[in-house]
Design a protein around this ligand. Sequence first.
Ligand code: ADP
Ligand code: ZN
Ligand code: ZN
Length: 816
Amino acid sequence: MAHYIDVIIPLPLERLFAYRVTTAEADFLQPGMRVAVPFGKSKIYTGIVHNIHQTAPLNYEVKDIELIIDERPTVTADQLKFWEWIASYYVCSIGQVMRAALPKSLLLESETVVIRNNETDIDESLLDDKQFLIIEALEHRQVLKVQEVMEILDRKTVLPILQKMLEQEWIILQEEVYSTYKAKTVKYIFLNNQYKDEERLKELLDEMTRAPKQRETVMSLFMLQTGNKLVSSKQLQERSGVSRAVIKALIDKEVFIEEEQAVDRVLDEKAKGHKLTVLQPAQQTALDEIRSGFAQNKPTLLHGVTSSGKTEIYVRLILEQLELGNQVLYLLPEIALTTQLITRLKHYFKHQVLVYHSKYNLNERLEVWNHVIEAKEPYVIIGARSACLLPFQNLNLIIVDEEHETSFKQFDPDPRYHARDAAVVLGHMKKAQILLGSATPSLESYYNTTIGKYHLVELKKRYGEVLMPEIQIVDIKDKHKRKKMKGHFSDTLIEEMQRAFKEGNQVILFQNRRGYAPILECNTCGSAPQCPNCDVSLTYHQYKKQLRCHYCGYSTFIPPECPSCTSTALDTKGFGTQQIEEEFKELFPDHKIARMDLDSTRGKNSVQKIIEEMDTGAIHCLVGTQMLTKGLDFRNVSLVGVLSADSMLNFPDFRAHERCFHLLTQVSGRAGRTEQRGKVLIQSYNPEHQILQQVSTYNYTGMFKEQLQERYHFKYPPYQRLIRLTFKQRDYNTTLQAGQWFVNALNQIEHGVEVLGPEFPPVARVRNLYQVHVIVKMGKHHHPNMIKDYIRKVKRSFESIKTFRSVRCNVDVDCY
Ligand code: ADP
Ligand code: ZN
Ligand code: ZN
């Protein structure tokens, strides 16, 4: 009897592919193990065994697998089920989910490119013949595709060899180069065994009377080593106050033995947990109510104002699960994953905290993956979006903090999933408790509490009787008229800033835009330099004296004259964080300002550095974009200034007002987190705007009710579901035709849903590709699965049409 396995291949394929295996292999293999398989003409991919069976596929010729990579499953059965749900709900392939989930070093394929890791010295005597050949080839050629490694070694089974070499950090994947990686090792010092004998030791110390520093160092090692503790060279230097040279001399004399040991990068040293804070009565009540929500098996939404002590409540719940030996998933938006929070959690849970972060390199991510699947200890896994795709064991609690954050949604590429929504489904699958938390819940989640789907818990006061900051709206139309503006600062804002600085406090300024000014405009002809690849004006960056495109990254120097009419009267319109920084320096030359936006925080530790400077008081003012709103906790900020609320209000999107409310409330929450009441000034040309009024009176429910009515009226979520199809191509007409064809095809099916478009979005061309949107709107009475099946079917026929072969078509479910 022949044996087959169905394999998930990390490509956008609609189905699994069967491969032939021997009886022995079939006996050995389990679902979730990785195998290397040939696919297409000559490619090799890492695939995952989905199931093992004996039915030969009918319509294609079966190939053999190349080899089995794993000794035990890399992916759990539950994970496969969850991935299948994501693929089905978000209309993509399970292979694409696999690609998003697996750390790349688990996903080697013939096109993967490896390079020599220059950060590690390789002891060539440790290399076997094959490894040696690879390293040697890399010396000559710098980069090698896996395919080429196969040719060099003249064998197809190279993936395990390369994986081993990756783990040793002899080689790295080319795409990793940017994250210059330092292997973390510590040098430990031991006393040579012969001196364990007391007599010998005494002799040694006597001999050393003429080398007092060495003697002192040996004594210090003794002191430090009590209770068999490992002593690092660094500790020993500090303790004995000697230089490394002294220790080196003792090593050379063979009095000391030095051993370099790798420190596990993910797990910190074990230590006992810290004492918990005592919850305040309001927090305790909230905690009890959360438990009662869990008891009803309902996802629970914790709506707690900024600084109400939500995190302290999470800590209780996490502790409870860790003590039961369970895993906990703690999801956060990427930029809220600051060391501030991680340190706080490590303070309680020490080495039981695992962090899964895109700024971490592959080996670190691989280590987390392995810890989670092996589950030798209970862990709380903190991470952004993709952390929900990990191989959990005994997952019993999922916390989604800042659940209103739009960055939980992946917009590109597939799977275009929403991590909060996916986490709720994961929680149901695993029968885990689910807690969503926010100071400004998303309309959808709050709505779910009103229809009984979620359980609502509220925490309306800040911790420690600290008052919510006073929010004042400043009418800058009026200020301009009365000449009370200096640049973009009103006299009110300047006065409040002066007062804050005088009292020794710090200020946060919020401007929802990067760069210096969004555009450079010609005062003569009114034209603005455009990106050659996209339909947008370029943004002016003063710091680098550049014009940049925020859509594609294109940059150019500032032209001396207008490209259209050659006038030299070029002027900047609008303003961004950089311009505010400049104006601040003019207004407050004696105070230090730092900037926090995507441009100023590219490096791995740059956000960390800014946070530290704020904490130590090295800077007085922080200006930034919405990055500022993400869970930062500064003790001394008494004033928050919003330079202009207007661009947020006028954004063309059905969520613009809701988002504006979230942003302003969140950024206001950065003020006055300790005893003194904080103050917030919001400058606007529309001081009477409903949303600003609701923000300034902390009227969340008012905002909720009003927005919900609009959603109902204009048929938007949560009343209707939206699926957006995007078509992209270089040619304007082809793109439009593709959208039209799809609309027609969808309309031919009897389904009763609304199909809108094709329509060009506000920025119709990005990176030289035109794009059109088609929106499918369905009511609660429609069967989304049926509609999605239609869409898949139509997409399949679309892809077989010759004219549209070069048109890319994306499906984005819940595209908001
Ligand atoms: P949130 O997550 O709601 O913004 P946090 O949990 O960060 O609020 O709490 C705000 C501040 O109050 C933090 O500095 C935290 O350490 C402190 N805090 C909260 N609850 C307690 C408590 N029960 N005892 C002592 N300090 C607390
Ligand atoms: Zn001009
Ligand atoms: Zn561009």
